[in-house]
Design a protein around this ligand. Structure first.
Ligand SMILES: *Cc1c(COP(=O)(O)O)cnc(C)c1O
Length: 523
């Protein structure tokens, strides 16, 4: 319910919300309730008065709107309050620990933000003449150098705009390489069962048929099953390392050699690079292409905080097929290699992934992060992220089932299952209970190979005190579930909204607001 001081306050709109809330306004102290803009706005209100335009003949023909658009209006202060109130209902990395496994929700250093806002980076336009943006190109080039060096690969395509986009870039390069060898008939990509959904989606999108490779009981790729499936129809494999069970694929070199031996290529999903940066070079493991999520490993903002960036590193074999454009150092000058000037040297490129060069703001942030850590600091990032995850795993393995606790230390994420919770309780109850404790839930029900999976990734940026508090909260919620505490089944109790019917919301989303009065009149 909205604040009665607002002009658009209409208490009759949401009686069910009022009856379940203890206060007149629906507000809880300074946590302000906020209805939809359609509920508080009015078509008669506006923040700006614009003079009636001169009548001109419409050229829209039958495309002209036949009825008023009906958008709600608010005054300027009402608009500011509406969006500010909504923003306070968000959870953010600047508010607390974000244990989402596989997402690497680490602190976004303010220094990165300061650098990205320098006018020479923030205000450049992609169509500026190249000799006016030499500094920006140098940033792209330096970051590319770091990524190639850290991964031990041959080249990098900077332009892909997210991990999934990078996967597509890598698979398209593999496809171009196979076609160049006259082996475009290879139509199968093998993907382990524990893979992120984007891997099979990417392979299918690029026209491949996807086949699952099973996991062993210790949570790693079943190498025997994989090698048994290899053959002349296999274009390649997509393997995540460290994998989504939080484990390092120790036999990666064996897998790569076997795939290469039958003429296929190895794509590595590098989303979990944070666990090994500075310690393992994927190039040494025989990988042909791997995306790096700058918004994970290299601390650029994530999700609602900013766009992704997914550069792809390539082996020597795939380098000729990498996308355009890219920045090349020619003497003291940085040039942009495009279709027009690619020449013989890059004639085999499969094309382009984006209109311009990628996410400049993210390149600046990632390079700032890398330079402020240095090579030794990045190595420490990997070590601390792994240490933090193992601290969580060992602190909770006696409270929650930890299916791979016997497989040795985990990498940068700890995985638990809902095994051992009483009948009727599941992972979702633990996740919703955590919301009441003030935490964003961990990744749930992924990877699919673990029943009721809870994938927790603390990252290196959390202190021991922060980890202890989180462990205490998760243990308390898990113990309530184990004791059969029924109230957990309707959690969250303290959030702005109670438990939602998530299946219904996903299957039958209500995306268009309807005026309840008009809806009633229509009945
Ligand atoms: C995050 C992630 C992706 C996809 O990356 P986006 O940047 O979200 O597109 C792919 N694979 C794994 C394992 C991931 O964690």
């Amino acid at each position: 319910m909205s604040n009665p001081n607002q002009s658009g306050w209409r208490p009759e709109m949401t009686p069910e919300r009022r009856s379940s809330d203890a206060t007149f306004t629906g507000n809880r102290a300074l946590m302000l309730e906020e209805p939809l803009i359609f509920e508080i706005g009015s078509t008669q209100t506006t923040g700006v008065e614009v003079a009636e335009p001169a009548k001109v003949a419409s050229k829209l023909g039958n495309l002209a709107r036949s009825a008023p658009i009906g958008l709600p209006g608010l005054s300027e202060p009402e608009t500011v309050r509406h969006y500010t109130r909504l923003s306070r209902q968000n959870y953010a990395i600047d508010l607390g620990l974000f244990p989402l496994g596989s997402c690497t929700m680490k602190h976004n250093p303010r220094l990165n933000e300061k650098m990205a806002r320098l006018p020479g980076f923030a205000d450049v336009h992609p169509l500026q003449p190249t000799d006016t943006v030499q500094g920006a190109f140098e940033v792209i080039h330096q970051l590319a150098h770091w990524l190639v060096t850290l991964t031990g690969m041959h080249s990098v395509a900077m332009s892909p705009k997210a991990g999934a986009h990078g996967e597509l870039c890598g698979i398209l390069a593999i496809k171009a390489a196979l076609e160049a060898k006259g082996e475009g008939h290879r139509n199968v990509i093998l993907v382990p069962e524990s893979a992120h959904g984007t891997n099979p989606a990417t392979a299918a999108f690029a026209g491949y048929s996807v086949e699952d490779i099973p996991a062993t009981t210790d949570g790693r790729v079943d190498v025997a099953a994989l090698t048994a499936r290899l053959g002349p129809d296999v274009a390649g494999v997509m393997i995540t390392n460290p994998n989504t069970c939080g484990l390092f694929e120790r036999e990666m070199r064996t897998i790569s050699d076997a795939v290469h031996a039958v003429g296929g290529f190895v794509y590595c999903d590098g989303a979990n690079f944070n666990a090994i940066v500075g310690r393992v070079r994927p190039g040494d493991l025989g990988i042909d292409a791997m995306h790096i999520n700058l918004h994970k490993t290299f601390s650029t903002p994530h999700g609602g905080g900013g766009p992704g960036a997914g550069p792809v590193v390539f082996s020597e074999a795939l380098t000729p097929f990498a996308p355009l454009p890219f920045v090349e150092k020619q003497g003291e000058h940085f040039a942009l290699v495009e279709e027009e000037n690619a020449g013989e040297h890059h004639a085999q490129s499969f094309g382009r992934m984006v209109a311009f060069n990628g996410q400049m703001g993210m390149f600046t942030r990632a390079l700032t992060y890398i330079l402020s850590h240095g090579a030794d600091g990045l190595r420490q990032v990997a070590e601390d992220s792994v240490l933090n995850a193992n601290y969580i795993l060992r602190s909770l393995e006696n409270t929650l089932d930890a299916p791979f606790a016997h497989s040795g230390p985990c990498m940068h994420e700890a995985i638990f299952s809902d095994d051992g919770l009483p009948e009727g309780f599941s992972t979702i109850d633990i996740a919703k209970g955590l919301i009441d404790e003030g935490y964003h839930p961990m990744t749930m029900y992924f990877p699919l190979v673990v029943h009721g999976a809870m994938l927790v990734e603390p990252t290196e940026t959390e202190s021991k005190a922060a980890l202890d508090q989180f462990i205490g909260a998760l243990r308390s919620v898990a113990e309530r579930a184990k004791a059969g505490d029924e109230s957990l089944k309707s959690a969250p109790h303290f959030a702005p909204r109670r438990r939602l019917d998530e299946t219904l919301a996903a299957r039958k989303p209500v995306l268009v607001w309807k005026d309840p009065e008009m809806a009633e009149a229509a009945e």
